[in-house]
Design a protein around this ligand. Structure first.
Ligand code: SF4
Ligand code: SF4
Length: 282
């Protein structure tokens, strides 16, 4: 299936990053340092919320183990030696990177040791507003935020529960807070010069009908790339069928007037390493 072109008539060009740029996808290596086990959200589709053993599963939120900060810094040095200065170092879980103090410590230490390094981070966005300035200070090049809808009822169906300042919030109350923090965080990250990619887990019959609204509204906040990903039916959404490739292709086309649309995402593990699709876990 043909991918949408890597250019957009009105948006800035894409960084040469395997998760933003189709051309770079099969050429540039990235490492996810699994230093972030804790999460502040309970996504209905997350393997963390199912009984199956996480280390056997694949996809986001899964990892063979957790690295300490020291291990991650050491691993980064090995990785850069192996793959060169253009390679990307990121944190993508297995929980929410920003819910773990280790993440910022690793990013700072890696930056100090390798001043030219390209840094990347994925988050659910709940605590992004309080971290965004720190991310800019550390020179984060690209940031991915998962936004699963534009209205609280739809977001609550995908992400029914969260923990905010020690309190459990549920349903649309939780979703409203999450959406507000995502919007604030994305707008500020983009204003500070980060390349912002918005991920969306697409579940037919639940949130797929809001994909275009997500793309349009995120473009208005300064996001650069939209990455709609087909639901992997598991955990609380194991009964929902995954969208087929034709469905995803049409959805991506409908979103493409608003943002660069990325179509090669492999929904990698939180400990992936190497060129996407050719990697090994650590
Ligand atoms: Fe790139 Fe997608 Fe893998 Fe993230 S999950 S590293 S965006 S291919
Ligand atoms: Fe799982 Fe990520 Fe959602 Fe946390 S934010 S529950 S790790 S999918």
């Amino acid at each position: 299936m043909a991918f949408l072109p890597d250019f957009h008539p009105t948006l800035p060009p894409l960084p040469y990053h395997p998760c933003l740029n189709h051309e770079a996808h099969d050429r540039v290596a990235r490492i996810h340092l699994p230093v972030a086990p804790r999460c502040n959200l309970a996504c209905a589709y997350c393997e963390r919320n199912s009984a199956s053993p996480r280390h056997l599963a694949s996809g986001p939120g899964t990892s063979m183990g957790i690295m300490t900060v020291d291990e991650a810094v050491e691993r980064s040095a090995q990785f850069l030696e192996e793959w060169g200065a253009g390679a990307i170092i990121g944190v993508a879980g297995p929980g929410d990177p920003l819910a773990n103090a280790e993440t910022m410590e690793v990013l700072r230490r890696v930056r100090r040791a390798h001043p030219e390094v390209r840094l990347c981070l994925c988050t659910n966005g709940l605590v992004l507003p309080e971290h965004v300035d720190g991310l800019a200070e550390v020179g984060l090049e690209s940031l991915s935020v998962t936004v699963n809808g534009v209205t609280p009822d739809v977001v609550a169906a995908m992400q029914p529960r969260l923990v905010w300042r020690g309190e459990v919030l549920t349903g649309t109350t939780a979703a409203e807070l999450l959406l507000e923090h995502q919007r604030q965080g994305i707008a500020r990250s983009a204003a500070l010069g980060m390349a912002v990619k918005v991920n969306m887990v697409v579940a037919p019959g639940i949130n797929a009908h809001q994909a275009v609204d997500v793309a349009r509204s995120m473009a208005g906040l300064g996001a650069l790339v939209f990455n709609p990903m087909p639901l992997i039916p598991r955990a609380g959404l194991s009964h929902v069928p995954a969208p087929d490739p034709q469905f995803m292709h049409k959805l991506r086309e409908a979103c493409s007037p608003y943002l660069h649309v990325f179509a090669k995402c492999r929904q990698c593990r939180a400990d992936a390493c190497g060129v996407p699709g050719k990697e090994r876990s650590q």
